[in-house]
Structures are given as C-alpha cells and as structure tokens.
Design a protein around this ligand. Structure first.
Ligand SMILES: [Zn+2]
Length: 342
C-alpha cells in the first residue's frame, strides 16, 4: 500500500517533497499563480522540479496532480517537442538571456496553445536576464494570458528586479537537513567512496547542496580546495606573494573558490566571537583559522568578507571583471589581515 500524501515518486529528490505538496495543492485548488519563482541555491534540482511541474500542467490526464507520462502531451514533452513548452536560458554558458529571446517568446505566447491546454515557460537562470530582457518579460508577466505559466528559477530571488519579483509568487527549495542530504548522497556514490567522512566533506564543499556535492565529486573539487588552502596559508605566512597566487587563481573556477573563502571567513568570525571550534562548518581547517584568529581583528575580517561577497556578486551578475586584479586585491587584503593585530 502506498501513502499517496507522504510518498515521493521514485525519481523525486527527497528534499523537494514539501514544495511539491504545496504546488500540488495549488493545482488541485486551481490557484497556482501564473508566475512562480522557484528559488534556491545551485545544486538543489530546481530545473527538475520546474520540469515536473510543467509536465503536470501540460498533461491532459493528470494523476494525483502529476503528469501521467502516457498522454500525447506527456510524450511530446518527453521527446522535447511540445509546442506549448518553452525553456529559456542563456544561449551560451556564462552569457546573459537577452531581450531578443524574450521577444521571440512573446511572439510564441501570442498565439493560442497548440495542444489546447496550458502553456508553460521555464526560465532557467532568471538571474541571467539582462535588464532589457527583464523589462520585456515584465509585460508578459503582467498579462500572462489564460492558462499560461512562467516558472522562473533563481538562486537569489531577492536580487531580481523588484518589478519582476512583485508579479511572482516565491517558492523556495531549501538546503536539506544534513542527515537527509547525507543519506541521499551516499546512495549516489560508488560503494567504495561512500564513507561518512568523505560524504560529509563533499557536502561541506557544496555548502549542503546535494547535487552540487555530486558534481564536485565528479570534478575533483577536493584537490582544488586543498590547493587553495595551501596557497592561502603561504600568502598569510608571506611565503608566496598575492600577485603570484592571483596568476594561478584567476584561471580557476573563481565563483566556487570565493564561495569557499566566504564560508571560511564566516567560520573565522564564529571562532572569534565564541572561541568555540565546535560548530564550525569547516572543522578540518581549524588550525589555519586559529592561526589567523590570533593575528587579526574582527573589523578587518568583516571588511574582507564584505569585499569577497561583493566580488562574488559581480561574478554572478557577469560584470566584466579583471579577475586577476580582483584576486590580487583580495589576496593582498588577506595578507594584511594577519598583520593588522587583534
Ligand atoms: Zn499526461
């Protein structure tokens, strides 16, 4: 016997069950908003969630508010040829979604649904909409048309244009609690690599996002993180210069690296405030943190954290940065940090 309320479909991520129940109820009560922002950091499966929701909305014979998988509409979607489903994302990785893409969409949405049902647009990476594109989209969101749905995926919905945000309802997918993430991740890893220690470490690297952890496992992020820590220690001890390390860093996945660095500084602040190493997110780097703690003051740590967050945001907004210079300045600030005294 299956419990239809609590049982998640097999191919469903366990940390999305609550959110699915919410949308399922909204479908049932016919109050699903025409524009929904699906929020949450990278690595939580937002696109998969949106695709399932789109399939449910397009399906001609839903079962328990989910797509049946068998009707014509479901088959068209599975073969990537559903005329009333549009996936909008940057045409090339690291590029923005441009206004032409939104205009094409407007044109497609102006006609009636070809399958006679709903129309769904999934915007994968609403943060990639440039300003003109976001403004063009606004018109669509204002008059979405009958049975038209926009699903906007966004890592940081609070940074969306307020005019866009105010026309959408927000559904957040949260980072799962650690035991759930750990269980799930262990099941995905090859048997010989499933040790609890290793899995916990991977989750830490991914700031708790299970799919990101899996991706990092594949990309050997461990080594990069280790190398970064060695280099930060060398700069802090004055054994390598900020300039030399910046030459290496700027060619590497900087967004990931700066995110780690932010986490480490947060741990450093925790350590400084509480002198307690128990609740750190990165207990494995306690020695480095303690050494920096002894030689730095909190104001400078906050200043570096602010700078890092700002640069991360610029990278995220795809501002054209001189990344080598950015690395150089951040590393120099780090070098000075331990020379500022407590
Ligand atoms: Zn169907």
């Amino acid at each position: 016997m299956t419990d239809r309320v609590s049982a998640a479909p097999l191919d469903w991520y366990p940390w999305q069950v609550d959110q699915w129940q919410q949308v399922s109820q909204m479908i049932q009560q016919k109050r699903l908003p025409h524009a929904l922002i699906i929020g949450g950091v990278a690595g939580l499966g937002k696109l998969k969630f949106a695709t399932k929701l789109a399939a449910a909305l397009l399906c001609q014979q839903q079962i328990d508010n989910m797509a049946c998988g068998a009707c014509k509409s479901c088959k068209l979607l599975a073969s990537n040829s559903h005329p009333d489903y549009k996936l909008m994302q940057p045409e090339e990785p690291s590029k923005a979604i441009v206004v032409d893409q939104v205009r094409k969409l407007q044109h497609a949405m102006a006609t009636t649904a070809q399958q006679g049902g709903a129309r769904v647009v999934v915007i994968n990476g609403a943060s990639d909409l440039n300003l003109n594109a976001a403004n063009a989209l606004l018109k669509q969101l204002e008059e979405p048309g009958d049975r038209s749905y926009f699903l906007l995926l966004h890592q940081w919905p609070q940074t969306l244009l307020p005019t866009v945000r105010s026309r959408c309802q927000l559904l957040n997918i949260d980072i799962p609690e650690s035991t759930q993430a750990l269980d799930w991740l262990q099941q995905q890893l090859p048997t010989e690599e499933r040790s609890v220690d290793k899995t916990i470490k991977l989750l830490q690297l991914a700031n708790g996002a299970p799919l990101r952890a899996l991706q990092l496992h594949a990309s050997r992020a461990h080594e990069l993180r280790h190398q970064m820590l060695v280099q930060l220690t060398a700069v802090f001890r004055g054994k390598e210069s900020a300039v030399d390390v910046a030459k290496i860093w700027h060619k590497q996945p900087l967004e990931q690296m700066l995110s780690w660095w932010v986490e480490w500084l947060n741990d450093l602040i925790k350590l400084k405030m509480t002198s307690n190493a128990q609740h750190l997110a990165n207990p494995d780097i306690i020695k480095l943190l303690q050494a920096v703690d002894q030689r730095s003051n909190i104001i400078d740590i906050y200043a570096l954290l602010e700078r890092l967050t700002e640069q991360l945001n610029f990278i995220h907004l795809r501002r054209n940065l001189n990344t080598q210079l950015v690395c150089e300045q951040l590393l120099h600030q780090w070098y000075l940090l331990v020379r500022s005294g407590r």
